[in-house]
Write a protein that binds this ligand. Structure first.
Ligand code: 5GP
Length: 173
């Protein structure tokens, strides 16, 4: 049998995401930004976050694949690229979770070659226990223990993304 323990409930997530959106709006007051959610895991976080961003923002999406199941492949692949140039733009990458940091290291190096005015990172979660590359997270939702989380956009073998809260799968016989 599979049981899901709640790690962070929907109400707590909503409150924190609202704060993050307001902070971004304040920090970029008077400017425009390009919000770049990294698919698929950040779709729910990004959708909630932008509802609390009050400055003009465009959205473009990036598909990255870095994991199969629970095991890091160590290989990052762009499965779907941005549709517009970001040269001279303020970019905010929206990610679900920074774990080893390898995915964001790859992405930030890649985006830098496109000459944006600035690139910042908003990540819902950070798992510092597994960090191998130090990544600066400009807007962070929650720091969590070394557990495999699902829900609120995050999957386990493509399942559970639809859960409105963050949970941990507990397998029992
Ligand atoms: P990193 O390159 O930082 O190790 O991994 C980042 C990516 O790994 C995340 O965008 C996410 O897709 C996946 N990932 C890392 N930890 C977890 C986790 O606890 N749960 C889920 N569902 N995905 C994770």
């Amino acid at each position: 049998m599979t049981t899901i323990d709640t790690l962070i409930d929907a109400e707590t997530i909503a409150k924190r995401v609202e704060e993050m959106g307001k902070q971004i709006s304040q920090d970029y007051a008077g400017q425009e930004v390009v919000i770049v959610p990294v698919l698929k895991g950040s779709f729910m976080f990004a959708a909630d976050l932008v509802r609390h961003i009050s400055i003009p923002c465009r959205m473009d999406f990036l598909g990255l694949r870095s994991y199969e199941g629970e095991t890091s492949t160590g290989v990052v692949q762009i499965t779907s690229d941005l549709t517009r140039a970001i040269e001279g733009e303020h970019v905010i990458v929206v990610e679900d979770i920074v774990d080893t940091g390898l995915t964001m290291e790859y992405l930030f190096e890649n985006l830098a070659t496109r000459k944006p005015k600035s690139v910042k990172l908003a990540s819902l979660l950070h798992k510092p226990a597994r960090t191998t590359v130090d990544i600066e997270i400009d807007y962070l939702g929650f720091t969590i223990e070394d557990v495999f989380v699902i829900g609120y956009g995050l999957d386990y073998d493509q399942l559970y993304r639809n859960l409105p809260y963050l949970g941990v799968v507990r397998s029992e016989d």
